[in-house]
Design a protein around this ligand. Sequence first.
Ligand SMILES: NC(=O)c1ccc[n+]([C@@H]2O[C@H](COP(=O)([O-])OP(=O)(O)OC[C@H]3O[C@@H](n4cnc5c(N)ncnc54)[C@H](OP(=O)(O)O)[C@@H]3O)[C@@H](O)[C@H]2O)c1
Length: 455
Amino acid sequence: MVILSNAAYESERKSSIVTVGLSIHNCPVEIREKMAVPAEAWNDAVAELCAYPHIEEAGILSTCNRMEIYVVALSYERGLKEVEEWMVKHSGVDVESLRQHLFVLKDRESTGHLLKVSGGLDSVVMGEGQILAQVKNVFAMGESEKAFGRHLTGLFKAAITAGKRVRSETSIASGAVSVSSAAAELVQMKLPSNSFDGCRVMIVGAGTMSRLLVKHLVSKRCTEMTIVNRSAGRVEELAADFPEANIKLALMDEFLPLAAEHDVIFTAASTGVIVTKDDLASMPVASACVDGKRRLVDIAVPRNVDADCGDDANTIAYNVDDLKELVEANKEARERAADEARELLAQEQAGFEAWRDSLETVPTIKRLRGKAETIRATELEKAMGKLGDGLTKKQMKAVEELSRGIVNKLLHGPMQALRSDGTDPAQVSQTLVNMHALEDMFDLKNPDAPTRGRK
Ligand SMILES: NC(=O)c1ccc[n+]([C@@H]2O[C@H](COP(=O)([O-])OP(=O)(O)OC[C@H]3O[C@@H](n4cnc5c(N)ncnc54)[C@H](OP(=O)(O)O)[C@@H]3O)[C@@H](O)[C@H]2O)c1
């Protein structure tokens, strides 16, 4: 069996999938924000792209970290030029400045990239799942707006499947990779029941870190907590943003008496030390759900919990360095899982490419049928001319059926050789070899009439 090389496939493609993009890896936010396409402008943007003469299908993935345009172009060079022209018009950024940051991918590179993005392997936080939801959203918009044809539909479906598999079949998404999520994860991991059930939880501070802490605690089904803050305004706002949680509010002057009534205390206030070993010595022991040992988790820098608090017999104290270790360990675990994820992505990509390659034979099938039909009709007409009026209607019908029968029987073998459902890459390769051979034999390479594309 002859397997065509990738390069051979590419040179034979009649249309290309092209990705033109900017991302956090290669483009500053000043340019990215000019390029952004909000959801409400998505339809108009893809309609403008599809109105260009060489763009058949279009989709835009616009998030805070990336803006990527996926098109199916009848000609790679012209399609790319048209996308660039649209980007300049849309953003007001001149083409030279734009090109400094753009990346351009074609066919296999392009599909490989979208699968990687969808799997979270191109994200700043490896394995994060928000991007998969964003890819799904683009797919839904592309389908409903009919901006997607069969190529982008197939590509985005493959990307979503790949993203789901990465999340469900590897451990890439597990393990906290931020300080606040690590704080919640570490405590949960160390609690005797591995759950916050029954624990009296307190947070000190109502800033960015405390807000994230509440989010991660709630996601771990910890919905009862007290938040203590210097001022009332911010803490009230925070509590209002989490209606699913039962949050009690208090001010800093109540901190120590309230701390005595809590089992797990997270501290994230931008002030100095607020708990000392002496303070702890005067507190009653914590409840049974923490085995009587109060957990102090200090994520503030400078620290809110005095350095020797961990020496108190009834206290276990963690600081930001303990959390960093967990974050680093989780990051390393994610990197290891990424290797498994890359294998899954390669499998999904091979499946998609095989399917796409199988589409390549459709124009050849149409041209071969068209050519045979033209010959049959011409020869039948000639024969009818020679036979004159001597034939009855029934005889004429029999001759016509004879011509059709011969053509269909002769075409049966070549047609079989051009058909593939795209599931088996080796079979697709053989089909493409057959396609090239038939195109040479029947002179089908340069048809007068185009048989594909919506343009
Ligand atoms: N942001 C990060 O990525 C990050 C990462 C790791 C650790 N940290 C540390 O976490 C702590 C909080 O950071 P953040 O980003 O959440 O800060 P933030 O958004 O500025 O919030 C600061 C919090 O500290 C309180 N606060 C400020 N000055 C205070 C004072 N003199 N006495 C009592 N409370 C005071 C504020 O109360 P009001 O609402 O009354 O102003 C607010 O609740 C800091 O120590 C920071 O170094 C931050």
